[in-house]
Design a protein around this ligand. Structure first.
Ligand code: XMP
Length: 507
């Protein structure tokens, strides 16, 4: 990587946001916990010190010896700024009340970091401590109504501190301030583009795999699809994809997705394993039991299929950056590693080496790579769909009759969203089957049938979500169509819960 910014994480909730903002400037950056740094043998263009829930005056406050890198430009944000100031003999003390929310910059001095930032620009503050006594090493370059030191620079160094958060969109010129640091101070040109990523990944994959065969489990989702097309570009048919029909996908999904992958030139094997999955789910009603049964069956099926392919040495995975970022634990300086292996213990069992070409990318960057690889938009912009599929949208036991009912109802809902151009305004939608019966009347006959729930949510990343406000005309059309066409349903209801406190899926 020609240009790289290092972000040192002290446990702030905004650390990933800093990374995303820097990458939006087409500059590659990596997040590392303050207490688990890699060997820094590659060239680093600049370092950003993040915020933190700690006070720099705490006994166990996270620390980082930034002076070792003082020939590299450094930007401290919030806690990072206070840590730098403390090292330069400033006084940091607890404010009488926590400053939280918008503030306006005053007394802006000439400084590279605040170049072209206007007086009264809005910035986002979130801190309990403030820099209260500044040493002669530092120069204040901006204040606000509440704090004397809103921004500073260290004399005779390329070191800057911001008490506010430039990475949060409420800071109106936040991107400009970060750009001043990244471009003008660190000298980055912004060469990290999707094309550059693809070109360098292809070289890297070719060097790694040589003539070896590599296996990939396709799910129909964005991440595994992008991995497939990227590796296929590098090694062609040496990439063997396995797409398993677990019988829990949407109506016609397996056939449609398999056909489109094959038409796009991927070497894909479709495996019908419905019966095995249904057998493993027999009698199970607890959501976690269902998930475990599906996960285990998937590994069994995948292992069985992969044994049929000779000379495979590698397993490719669609792991993305948020899955592997080591996060700083707020309770102490221990490090929790989130790992994500959708095929569990398989690599060890089969003695396979792992290749994860997307493990430096955020989700939106994966889509950009996909667009650049010319993957069709209907694959790249498909709603998220859970690995356990419809099994966690059928409450109670998963039996074939219920799956068929749910597939039909879900199909009516999703195809209507597409027809009415609503699909892409919604983050995720689907139907849920409730195994309870209620009384209805159809023609002159009394009915006693099941309930279908419609769930549609808007969200950024699935962590929080709000229910989508679909029009009553649209909803009544869907409700009529489901009740008229899907045998076994006589009532349709709408889920109007947000996450939290509810979750997106019902199980
Ligand atoms: P929840 O229900 O936790 O869902 O609000 C958040 C997002 O995660 C998806 N989800 C899953 N995806 N395996 C997956 O691959 C799972 O077991 C699983 N559970 C939930 C869900 O569809 C939503 O997008």
């Amino acid at each position: 990587m020609e240009e790289k910014i290092l972000i040192i994480d002290f446990g702030s909730q905004y650390t990933q946001l800093i990374a995303r903002r820097i990458r939006e400037l087409n500059v590659y950056c990596e997040i590392h916990p303050f207490n688990s740094l890699p060997k820094l043998h590659n060239k680093i263009s600049g370092i950003v010190l993040s915020g933190s829930p700690y006070s720099v005056n705490d006994n166990d406050a996270p620390n980082f010896d930034f002076l070792k890198f003082s020939d590299i430009p450094i930007l401290g944000i919030c806690y990072g700024a206070q840590l730098i100031a403390k090292k330069f003999h400033c006084e940091i003390s607890q404010s009488s009340s926590r400053e939280y929310g918008r503030a306006k910059l005053s007394n802006i001095k000439k400084s590279k970091i605040l170049n072209n930032i206007k007086l009264d620009s809005t910035v986002w503050m979130s801190h309990g401590d403030s820099i209260t006594n500044i040493s002669s090493n530092l120069e204040i370059i901006s204040s606000t109504n509440d704090v004397n030191v809103a921004a500073y620079e260290v004399k005779n160094h390329k070191i800057y501190g911001l008490q506010f958060h430039p990475e949060v969109t409420h800071t109106t010129n936040g991107t400009k301030i970060l750009k001043n640091f990244i471009s003008d101070i660190c000298g980055c040109k912004g060469c990290w583009t999707p094309k550059k990523f693809i070109d360098s990944s292809i070289i890297e994959i070719k060097n790694k795999l040589k003539n070896d065969k590599v296996l990939l489990g396709l799910s129909g989702g964005v991440d595994s699809s992008v991995v497939a097309f990227l590796i296929n570009r590098a090694v062609g048919n040496n990439l063997v994809c396995v797409f398993v029909d677990n019988g829990l996908l949407r109506k016609n999904e397996f056939e449609n997705v398999l056909k489109s992958y094959q038409n796009l030139g991927l070497n894909v094997i479709g495996v019908n394993a419905k019966k095995k999955f249904y057998a493993s789910l027999k009698g199970k009603v607890d959501p976690e039991d269902k998930r475990k049964a599906i996960g285990k069956t998937f590994i069994d099926v995948f292992e069985e299929e992969s044994k049929k392919i000779k000379n495979v040495k590698w397993l490719a995975q669609g792991t993305i950056y948020p899955d592997i970022i080591e996060s700083v634990s707020v309770k102490g300086p221990s490090v929790t590693i989130k790992s994500h292996h959708n095929v569990g213990g398989l690599p060890k069992k089969m003695n396979l080496k792992i290749i994860e070409p997307l493990n430096t990318l955020f989700k939106d960057e994966v889509r950009k790579i996909g667009l650049s690889l010319k993957i069709p938009k209907n694959i790249l912009y498909r709603h998220p769909f859970p690995g356990p599929g419809l099994a966690i949208r059928i409450l109670g036991e998963v039996i074939e009759k219920r799956i068929n009912i749910l597939q039909e109802a879900d199909h009516i809902f999703i195809s209507s969203l597409i027809k009415e151009n609503l699909y892409h305004n919604i983050w995720q939608a689907g139907a849920i089957f409730l195994p309870i019966k209620s009384v209805g009347v159809m023609g002159d006959e009394r009915t006693y049938e099941n309930v279908i729930v419609l769930r549609a949510v808007n969200s950024l990343d699935g962590m929080t979500a709000d229910w989508s406000k679909l029009s009553s005309d649209f909803l009544s059309k869907i409700s009529n169509e489901i009740i008229n066409k899907v045998k076994g349903v006589n009532r349709v209801v709408l889920d109007i819960s947000s996450k939290p406190p509810a979750t997106i899926e019902w199980e």
